[in-house]
Ligand binder design. Structure first.
Ligand code: UTP
Length: 598
C-alpha cells in the first residue's frame, strides 16, 4: 500500500486534510487508514476540511471512527468496500440468489410429538453437554418491542420475576454442576447493549457463573454506503453514518477473538446459539444437541411448524442443477415468490396439516465446532453478507437512503463448500420457542390475525404452559384455568408452573421426580432443587413452593395443598398503564402478578 504522502492529490478540495496530515498531527494508524481509503477512491471523506486549528477535535473523532470501523472488520475498510462493490453490483443487476433453485424438504427430524426419539435424543444431548458452549446473541436493538433497556433484563415470568439472563444462567449453572464442567457462556453485545449487559452481570455477581465462564464479544456498527461505488456515507462533514451489521457478526467475532479456536482446543465440540428473549430454549436444547450427535449434523437448525405468512423464514433444501444442494433459511418475504415460481403456484399457503410447506426458522442453532472453525479460517470470519439497497430510480443506480452490508447468523451454511451436513429438528412450538419481540399493540394485531403474538405476555403465558406440559408428561393431571384476553392477547390464568433447571434439566428428570397428583385452575407451583412429588394435589388458588439447596433433597407424598394465600393476576388499568410509577416490564404485558398477601 502507498503511504499517505505518495497519495498527495492535485485536488484542492483535499488541501485542508493534507495540511493536517503534513503538520504531523496524525498517528501512524490514522495515516494508514486514510491512505487505504484514498486508494479506494474515498476522497469525499477528506474533502473541504477546515484549515488546521479549526474543528480539529471533530476531525480526530472522525478519524477515530474510521479507524474503529477499519479495525473491527476482517480485511479492514478496503475489504468492506470491495465486498460492498461486488454485492451492490449484483443487487443493481437485480440478481436473485434463488434463481434456478427449487425448494425441497430438508433433512428433518420431527420431535414435535415427543415420543421415544425425543427421549433418546435428550439422553444423547445430556452426554454431549460437557462438550457444548452456549452462544447468546444479545446485540439487537429490540425496536419492535420498544423497551428502554436491555432485553436480557426483562423478566421472563413475573411470579418470581426471573429475568431472561438470570434464567439462562440458572440453566448453565445447574447443568455445569450436573456434568462437573463449567459450561462456557459467550454473549455478543453491541454498542447499545454492552454497557447494560456488563452492569447487569456485575450487579448480580455474574448470576453465580464463574468469571472465566463468561466471554463478552462486542459487535461494532459498519459504515453505510451512499452509492454503487460504495462511497462511505457521511451524515455531515466529519461524521460517518454507521449502521448495525446484523447478528451474523457472531461468527466473525468468534473467529477474530480466537474464541472458536480456544474452545476447540479445550475439547468443546458444539456451539448452541440462542437468542436474548426465548425462555423455552433449554426445554429443547439437549434433544437438539442429541440429534446433531446422532445424525452427524454439522449445522442443525431448531425449527417449528410455520404458520403461513408469519414473519419467520422457511428452511428449505435448495436444489439447483449443477450445484450441490444447500439447506438454507429463505426469508419470509422471499419465500412466497420462490414458492409461486416453483412448487406452490398459490404461494405460502397451508398444507394438509395447516402449516407452511417448510419448517420455520427460529434462529436456534447447534453447530459442530470442527467444520465451523474450518469455514471461519477459510473466510477470515466474514460469512454470508448481503446488501439490500432501496433503489430510487428504474435504472437501479441511486439509493433512496444509504445501504449497508448485513449478515444473519442462520445464513452460515451459505459458506459450506465441503459437503457439510445440515439438518433441521422440529419441536413443538411452545416447547422450544416463545420470544418477547413485539409491543402490546403490534402483538395484539398479530394475535388477531392468528399469528404468534410474541409479546412479553405471550412469552410468559408459554413459559407456564411448557411447565404444565412437563407435569402432564410426568403423569400429573393438569387442568388449565380460563383464558383471559389481556389487551388483545390471550393469557391462560393458571396454573403457573415454574420448574427450575436445578429441579430438572431434562424431561426424564421431571418424570423421575413427579408421579401422580394434580394441579388446576389459578394455582402456583414452583420447584427448585432436588424435590420429589408423589401424589401431590394442588387445588385451585393454592400456592406450593418447594426449594432445596444443593446437596439436600425433599420428598412430598400424598399431600393436598388447599387454596389459601395465593398469587393473583391483575390487569393494569389505563391509568396504571400510563402511570410513571408502573414499571416498564409490566407495561409491556398489561398485567401484574401480586404475591400472596402477608
Ligand atoms: P431480533 O431481530 O429478534 O432482535 O434478533 P432485534 O434486532 O433486537 O429486534 P428488532 O428487529 O430491533 O425489533 C434476533 C436475535 O439476534 C440478536 C438479538 O439481540 C436477538 O437475540 N441480534 C440482532 C444481535 O445480537 N445483533 C444484531 O445486530 C441484531
Amino acid at each position: 500500500m502507498q503511504s499517505l504522502f505518495d497519495l498527495t492529490s492535485e485536488d484542492p478540495n483535499l488541501d485542508g486534510f493534507f495540511a493536517l496530515a503534513k503538520s504531523g498531527a496524525l498517528s501512524e494508524t490514522h495515516s494508514t487508514v486514510c491512505a487505504a481509503l484514498l486508494e479506494e477512491k474515498q476522497h469525499h471523506l477528506f474533502a473541504n476540511w477546515d484549515p488546521v486549528g479549526t474543528r480539529d477535535a471533530d476531525k480526530f473523532t472522525f478519524l477515530d471512527s474510521l479507524l474503529q470501523a477499519h479495525q473491527s472488520y476482517p480485511g479492514g475498510l478496503p475489504g468492506y468496500i470491495r465486498n460492498a462493490r461486488k454485492l451492490l453490483a449484483e443487487a443493481s443487476a437485480g440478481s436473485n440468489p434463488f434463481d434456478g433453485c427449487t425448494p425441497a424438504q430438508p433433512d428433518i427430524i420431527d420431535l414435535s410429538d415427543f415420543g421415544p426419539g425425543y427421549d433418546k435424543a435428550e439422553a444423547t444431548g445430556l452426554k454431549c453437554l460437557s462438550e457444548t458452549a452456549i452462544v447468546l446473541v444479545a446485540g439487537g436493538l429490540g425496536e419492535r418491542l420498544g423497551y428502554n433497556g436491555i432485553k436480557l433484563d426483562i423478566p421472563v415470568e413475573t411470579t418470581e420475576s426471573t429475568t431472561y439472563l438470570a434464567h439462562y444462567a440458572l440453566f448453565i449453572r445447574a447443568a455445569s454442576e450436573r456434568i462437573g464442567r463449567k459450561i462456557p457462556l459467550i454473549i455478543m453485545t453491541s454498542r447499545d447493549t454492552n454497557p447494560g449487559t456488563i452492569a447487569t452481570l456485575k450487579a448480580h455477581a455474574n448470576f453465580g457463573l464463574a468469571k472465566d465462564q463468561i466471554t463478552i464479544l462486542r459487535q461494532e456498527l459498519v459504515p453505510a454506503l451512499s452509492d454503487l461505488a460504495a462511497h462511505l456515507a457521511l451524515e455531515e462533514k466529519y461524521r460517518l453514518i454507521l449502521k448495525p451489521h446484523g447478528h451474523g457478526d457472531i461468527h466473525m467475532l468468534l473467529h477474530t477473538s480466537g474464541t472458536a479456536a480456544k474452545l476447540t482446543q479445550e475439547g468443546f465440540r458444539y456451539l448452541m446459539f440462542i437468542q436474548d428473549t426465548n425462555g423455552q430454549v433449554f426445554n429443547a436444547a439437549l434433544a437438539a444437541i442429541g440429534v446433531s450427535e446422532e445424525r452427524g449434523y454439522d449445522f442443525n437448525s431448531i425449527a417449528v411448524n410455520r404458520v403461513p405468512g408469519e414473519a419467520v423464514g422457511g428452511i428449505a433444501r435448495l436444489v439447483k442443477a449443477g450445484h450441490p444442494d444447500l439447506t438454507l433459511n429463505v426469508e419470509y418475504n422471499q419465500l412466497d415468490p420462490l414458492l409461486r415460481a416453483t412448487v406452490s403456484p398459490e404461494g405460502d399457503v397451508p398444507d394438509a396439516r395447516g402449516y407452511s410447506l417448510f419448517p420455520g426458522n427460529i434462529n436456534l442453532l447447534v453447530i459442530r465446532l470442527a467444520p465451523y472453525l474450518k469455514v471461519l479460517e477459510a473466510s477470515g470470519g466474514v460469512v454470508a453478507e448481503f446488501v439490500n439497497p432501496k433503489f430510487a430510480d428504474a435504472s437501479r443506480t441511486t439509493f433512496k437512503k444509504p445501504a449497508r452490508l448485513e449478515t444473519l447468523m442462520q445464513d452460515f451454511p451459505k459458506s459450506f463448500t465441503s459437503g457439510e451436513k445440515t439438518g433441521v429438528t422440529i419441536f413443538d412450538r411452545v416447547w422450544c420457542f416463545s420470544a418477547c419481540k413485539n409491543n402490546l399493540s403490534d402483538a395484539a394485531a398479530k394475535a388477531a390475525a392468528n399469528s404468534p403474538a410474541e409479546s412479553a405476555s405471550s412469552a410468559e403465558n408459554d413459559f407456564y404452559l411448557a411447565g404444565r406440559q412437563k407435569l402432564r408428561m410426568a403423569g400429573m393431571t393438569v387442568t388449565d384455568g380460563p383464558v383471559q384476553t389481556i389487551r388483545g392477547i390471550p393469557f391462560t390464568t393458571g396454573p403457573r408452573v415454574i420448574l427450575r433447571p436445578s429441579f430438572a434439566l431434562t424431561l426424564q428428570d421431571v418424570r423421575d421426580r413427579i408421579s401422580g397428583g394434580s394441579i388446576s385452575g389459578d394455582a402456583t407451583l414452583i420447584l427448585d432443587g432436588d424435590i420429589h412429588l408423589k401424589n401431590v394435589v394442588i387445588e385451585p388458588g393454592a400456592t406450593f413452593i418447594a426449594k432445596s439447596s444443593l446437596g439436600t433433597s425433599a420428598t412430598h407424598t400424598d399431600t393436598t395443598i388447599p387454596a389459601g394465600k395465593t398469587y393473583t393476576l391483575h390487569e393494569l388499568t389505563d391509568a396504571e398503564m400510563s402511570s410513571p410509577d408502573t414499571p416498564e416490564f409490566l407495561k409491556i404485558r398489561g398485567y401484574r402478578i401480586d404475591p400472596p398477601a402477608g
